[in-house]
Design a protein. Structure first.
Ligand SMILES: *Cc1c(COP(=O)(O)O)cnc(C)c1O
Length: 455
């Protein structure tokens, strides 16, 4: 198809995710045809630096020889076979590799195909775990604790533990019950609170809500360190550890949703490691195949597993599975992705890029239209504000975050904002000079977008 024909069919037939299609039709988004390293190329011959890791999943770049090769070799053997009643070589090898690398004690691997399903599986496992451990006298564990402004995916179960009103409100009646824990990110601090005062309030609420509900809580789910889709909201140091202490004390399984933060993005392979936390469930997706293929993992412990370990006629089986569970091509891509962390010393690269980003972001500290700038590892949120002093937002209809995206695109950089939070998420493997280039272009795009809109 010619570029114009592709555009016509896209506008007519492809319904894009998280997209108001009326605006999309006028926007002529790049139609990507190929990619190499950290650059995407469209059908009109333009190249773009991939500034958000293709929505937070790319790790070592595109068209990576080692990952391409691993998939090709697997393709010459078999693309997919089921894990229902059969096993497969790549899914076994990957399980071994993940158990070796993950926090100690996470010994069981359940495969699926997206972050949403990885979370859905953890929720269902936690629920069934209690149901099978409990005697029928006690209260059922049918309540989940989640963070205010959290995001765990878009299936109904994962939306039930989501806390972002504009995404989740409309589905209210379809959802199961959850209890929301106040988010300790500074962004939420109401007027009149000092930083220390707000953190103390959050800590008290955390403990109060756990104590109050612990007999009904099936699990506590959290995005460790950074609540991504909520706007790159960063938890204060030690918060995750505190959540682990309290959940352990009250016998509540902890689900760490590392779909976004896992695979090196916060500086360690898994975000939980940075606070020496061992969750009861660890969810991985996005980066696990290097951003190549849909694959997700729900890891759990022997203790959780033991409640399912019984004779077939006891019906304690986990009755859940997806057709493409443990897909061989995806597992081969994941194995190659993990290996590259060693051979390319990707975590060292993240450390270097973390430093580059933090230096560059300091250039924005007196910017009249930049509010809070948040960074953890190579995850960055730059909040745009109408007025720095009063921290007031731009009117929503100005779509300032989106205007910055359009300006950056003109200069050859792809980013995607969260409202008026400009997100930078260079892939963990991106070379430092490209991180500088990303900052150069995005900072200029912020100025240019504001100049055009505010003038
Ligand atoms: C993206 C994301 C999900 C959902 O993953 P999908 O593969 O898009 O379903 C879940 N949790 C977190 C923290 C995410 O960032």
């Amino acid at each position: 198809m010619h570029p114009e024909e592709l555009r016509r069919v896209d506008n007519e037939h492809v319904w894009h995710p998280f997209t108001q299609m009326r605006a999309h039709r006028d926007e002529n988004v790049p139609i990507i045809e190929s990619a190499d390293g950290y650059f995407l190329k469209d059908v009109n011959g333009n190249t773009y630096l991939d500034g958000v890791s293709s929505l937070w999943c790319n790790v070592h770049g595109h068209h990576v020889p080692e990952i391409d090769q691993a998939i090709r070799e697997q393709l010459d053997k078999v693309a997919h076979s089921t894990l229902l009643g059969l096993a497969s070589v790549p899914s076994i090898e990957l399980a071994g590799e993940l158990v070796r690398r993950a926090p100690t004690g996470l010994t069981k691997i359940f495969y699926s195909d997206s972050g949403s399903t990885a979370v859905e599986i953890a929720l269902k496992m936690a629920f069934q775990f209690h149901a099978q451990k409990q005697d029928s006298e006690t209260q059922p564990r049918d309540l989940f604790a989640c963070m205010q402004d959290s995001y765990h995916g878009d299936t109904i179960g994962s939306v039930s533990v989501g806390g972002i009103p504009i995404f989740h409100q409309i589905f209210g009646k379809l959802l199961f019950e959850s209890v929301q824990i106040p988010c300790p990110a500074a962004f939420h601090r109401p007027d009149g609170y000092t930083e220390a005062g707000y953190l103390e309030y959050c800590d008290q609420e955390l403990e109060r809500l756990i104590v109050e509900n612990h007999q009904r809580l099936a699990a506590f789910i959290i995005e460790p360190l950074v609540q991504g889709a909520g706007g790159m909201l960063m938890h204060p140091r030690g918060y995750l550890k505190r959540v682990r202490e309290l959940t352990a004390r009250y016998g509540i399984p902890l689900i760490a949703d590392e779909v976004a933060v896992g695979l090196g993005r916060t500086g360690t392979m898994f975000a939980c490691e940075s606070e020496a936390v061992i969750p009861d469930f660890l969810c991985l997706a996005k980066g696990i195949t290097g951003g190549y293929l849909p694959l997700a993992v729900t890891m759990t412990t022997d203790d959780i597993f033991s409640a399912f370990d019984a004779e077939p006629d006891e019906y304690k089986t986990f009755f859940h599975g997806h057709t493409y569970t443990g897909n061989s091509l995806a597992c081969a891509a994941a194995l190659a992705t993990l290996k590259l962390f060693d051979t390319h010393q990707t975590l060292e690269n993240v450390t270097n890029n973390t430093e580059i980003l933090s230096k560059r972001l300091s250039e924005l500290k007196d910017h009249p239209h930049v509010g809070e700038v948040r960074q953890q590892g190579v995850m960055v949120g730059i909040e745009l504000v109408e007025e720095r002093e009063s921290n007031s937002s731009f009117p929503a209809e100005m779509r300032m975050g989106h205007q910055v995206t359009l300006m950056a695109r003109k200069q050859g950089v792809i980013i995607r904002p969260l409202g008026d939070v400009v997100v930078l998420m260079p892939a963990p493997g991106m070379p430092g000079d490209l991180v500088h280039q990303l900052c150069d272009i995005v900072f200029a795009a912020i100025d240019e977008a504001i100049r055009l809109q505010v003038a």
